[in-house]
Design a protein around this ligand. Structure first.
Ligand code: IPE
Ligand code: IPE
Ligand code: MG
Ligand code: MG
Ligand code: MG
Length: 313
């Protein structure tokens, strides 16, 4: 069942990305080719999938527990269909994520040659175009978000959520700054948690929360989704650190063993692999506990939490 969710989610995200990104033939072609090189290199599309599945869960639980009637009760759509247009929010999240990867790989940051099984953006197009491709994916994401098909108030809330999550205060950029500044230093837990929660968990949390907002979730639902997102987001980066040590570059589609070489502050560096895996597992259980009251409607989000720690790439 989860395999189907992952496949269909990836497909929906890819179709939306194809429509929402300028064509490679659009002038100036170098930047559009560079954006597409990195976006269509075979990412897992986890952020769009989390967003869409959070939206689906909220949309499908308009039962007695919630004030709203469900789609099924309204009789207009299949009960398990996605909120129409939500894949555009997913596509915007993926653009922002891909921008963060392009910049993460730059010589001034992690200096990586391989990403998603392809040469990194700066290897293929040069540093200047890679920097601009990252910038361009960021601005394109907000152009898309400004036009998503939900009430204006929800649209603004979604934009705020995502902008904050990718910013400097407890967001992706803040996390990347501390990640770089912590290189070659003795890892400590407070710094490690800050890095992981900010550079990775913040955007994953925003993916889940914005899916909920798009589907008109109530504040209590948003609070559950947020805690779920924070837990799986931290678990996700712990697993990323573990995979860096345990998998091959071929399997990962990115250079393995980079963290130790750069003396990064990672979970395995502080706790070892086994304890790191235990911590990720515990976080997944915490995340799943947030969804108890949603019953069957939350089965996909529960399975996704599990997948994030079981994955091999
Ligand atoms: C990699 O993210 C960067 C991190 C935040 C750990 P993913 O593992 O989701 O990478 P893709 O999108 O599948 O390439
Ligand atoms: C990067 O973390 C997180 C981002 C915000 C891109 P990593 O540096 O560990 O990601 P990978 O391992 O290169 O994908
Ligand atoms: Mg990095
Ligand atoms: Mg990196
Ligand atoms: Mg990594």
């Amino acid at each position: 069942m989860l395999k189907k969710v992952l496949e269909q989610g990836r497909e929906a995200a890819d179709i939306a990305l194809e429509q929402l990104l300028p064509p490679a033939s659009q002038h100036p072609t170098s930047i559009h080719q560079a954006m597409r090189h990195s976006v269509f290199a075979g990412g897992k599309r986890l952020r769009p999938i989390l967003c869409m599945e959070a939206g689906r869960m909220i949309d499908s639980c308009g039962d007695g527990r919630l004030a709203r009637p469900s789609r099924a009760q309204l009789g207009s759509q299949k009960a398990d269909s996605l909120p129409p247009g939500i894949e555009q929010v997913g596509a915007a999240l993926e653009m922002l994520h891909t921008y963060s990867l392009i910049h993460d790989d730059l010589p001034a940051l992690d200096n990586d040659d391989l990403r998603r099984g392809r040469p990194t953006c700066h290897k293929a197009f040069g540093e200047a175009i890679a920097i601009l491709a990252g910038d361009a994916l960021q601005t394109q994401a907000y152009e898309v978000l400004a036009q998503i098909l939900c009430p204006a108030e929800a649209r603004v809330a979604i934009i705020l959520e995502i902008a904050h999550a990718t910013g400097t205060i407890d967001g992706m950029i803040g996390g990347q700054v501390v990640d770089l500044e912590a290189e070659h230093k003795k890892p400590d837990l407070a710094t490690l948690e800050y890095i992981h929660r900010s550079k990775t968990a913040a955007l994953i949390t925003a993916s889940v929360v914005t899916g909920g907002i798009y589907a008109a979730a109530k504040p209590t639902d948003i609070a559950h989704l947020r805690t779920y997102g924070e837990s799986i987001g931290l678990a996700f980066q712990i697993v990323d650190d573990v995979l860096d040590l345990t998998q091959t570059s071929e399997q990962l589609g990115k250079t393995a063993g980079k963290d130790a070489a750069a003396e990064k502050t990672t979970y395995p560096a502080l706790f070892g692999i086994e304890e790191s895996v235990r911590k990720a597992d515990a976080l997944v259980e915490e995340a799943r506990a947030q969804l108890e009251e949603y019953g069957e409607a939350a089965s996909t989000l529960r399975a996704l939490a599990h997948y994030l720690v079981e994955r091999k790439k």
